[in-house]
Design a protein around this ligand. Structure first.
Ligand SMILES: NC(=O)C1=CN([C@@H]2O[C@H](COP(=O)(O)OP(=O)(O)OC[C@H]3O[C@@H](n4cnc5c(N)ncnc54)[C@H](O)[C@@H]3O)[C@@H](O)[C@H]2O)C=CC1
Ligand SMILES: O=C(O)C(=O)Cc1ccc(O)cc1
Length: 367
């Protein structure tokens, strides 16, 4: 498509959206604005934008599509600023914020002036920030939630989806309250729990310093998101505070139940608690494609001899299969370790598995 796209906020999400729009719509002009000059420079160097903005007002007024990719409280302020400009009457304004109820309420400054605002939230990301972590495929197969207003034309929603087609995300329309309930439960609340676990480890670390060296495996997985940007999560928490307080009350009840269960010390009850959680989690789509997809992981049972990792990466390189991450997951009691190789696409993972199986007798598997 042709047209002027204006991205405000060139971090992880703004950069990733820019990359995917430029790839999908080479005839469009993607202009970028950020308060941080170095992010703008880097975004241009990485081709996440075609043009750097010289004036927020001029570029907003020339835009056919404005995508606000800033922290949620800044998004509210920017909507007020945009409402004071003389925007094109046909412009579509959207955002990528992790909360939607407050954003949709605040968007009335724009809709009252006759502008179209469609809330958006790509349900994928990372604990990393900044344009240097941006990727064109970041949202591939992820849900991209949209919250059109009650009076938004269907054509405008379709046009927005066409602009965002290159993200390869799956669009889903939801009500703002529904959005904040879902994301509160599966995204915002887990951040509080992850951070609180880290606080608990920190408190125990003061008594037993060896804890930090031995914190691996499960703790590493469950606490990864506690390394996310604190100011972004402060703003998300404040936006969805009532939902999070309700979820915390539920969680406290759940913990009381666990305390009672441990007081009873009944092996069968304890087994059932873990078993029910495992059964439900194993049935969730997170392990296939999920609401927040991770990369496509392949596990390889490798013997522990020097050079085995370079042997495998060499095989993949020979077949020109790119990998995004590589780690030894655990070292078992016997001679084997599990090497986790992350690929960008399902197809790459399949090619990787075929390549390794055809040349070695290492067992390869996915979960
Ligand atoms: N990080 C993630 O995994 C995800 C984040 N989101 C949402 O996307 C939004 C952006 O998050 P990230 O890209 O991760 O953050 P980021 O920190 O990587 O980028 C945000 C950028 O906005 C810029 N900015 C802040 N205020 C601004 C203003 N007034 N004008 C212009 N630029 C401004 C910052 O300088 C920064 O470069 C947030 O609302 C977040 O809730 C949504 C999905 C996933
Ligand atoms: O790193 C992770 O797994 C995330 O939790 C990414 C994320 C952060 C914010 C969102 O609104 C959606 C996804």
């Amino acid at each position: 498509m042709k047209g002027n796209v204006f991205i405000i906020g060139l971090g992880l999400i703004g950069g990733s959206i820019g990359l995917s729009i430029i790839k999908e719509h080479p005839d469009a002009t993607v202009t970028g604005f950020d308060l941080k000059e170095e992010e703008v420079r880097l975004a241009k160097a990485l081709s996440a934008i075609n043009k750097t903005s010289v004036s927020l007002k001029n570029d907003a007024e020339e835009a056919d599509l404005i995508i606000i990719c800033t922290p949620v409280n800044e998004t509210e302020n920017l909507m007020k600023t945009l409402a004071g400009f003389n925007l094109k009457s046909s412009v579509i304004i959207t955002d990528v914020g992790s909360t939607k109820k407050n954003i949709m309420e605040a968007s009335s400054v724009l809709t009252n002036k006759g502008y179209t605002f469609i809330g958006g939230h790509p349900m994928a990301g990372s604990h990393k920030s900044g344009v240097s972590a941006a990727k064109a495929f970041l949202f591939e197969n992820a849900f991209y939630l949209l919250t059109p207003g009650d009076h938004t034309e269907k054509e405008a929603v379709d046009l927005l989806k066409t602009w965002l087609n290159g993200s390869k995300a799956k669009f889903l329309e939801v009500k703002p309250e529904e959005h904040d309930h879902i994301t509160g439960t599966v995204s915002h609340f887990p951040h509080i729990i992850a951070s609180s676990l880290v606080h608990q480890v920190k408190n125990n670390y003061q008594k037993q310093p060896l804890i930090s060296s031995l914190a691996a495996g499960g703790f590493r997985d469950i606490s990864r998101i506690a390394s996310s940007n604190p100011s972004m999560w402060r703003d998300i928490t404040i936006h969805n505070i009532d939902m999070l307080k309700d979820l915390l009350t539920e969680w406290q009840q759940e913990m009381n139940h666990v305390v009672e269960m441990l007081d009873k010390n009944n092996a069968q009850d304890i087994y059932r608690y873990f078993e029910e959680a495992k059964t439900f989690r194993d049935s969730m789509p997170i392990l296939q494609k999920g609401a927040i997809p991770s990369f496509y992981d392949l596990f390889v049972d490798v013997p522990d001899y020097p050079g085995v990792i370079s042997e495998i990466t060499g095989l993949l390189a020979k077949e020109e299969i790119s990998i995004v991450n590589l780690r030894i997951m655990e070292t078992r009691e016997d001679i084997y370790g599990v090497l986790t190789i992350s690929f960008q696409t399902e197809e790459d993972r399949k090619r990787g598995a075929d390549c390794i199986s055809s040349v070695t007798d290492f067992e390869v598997f996915t979960v």
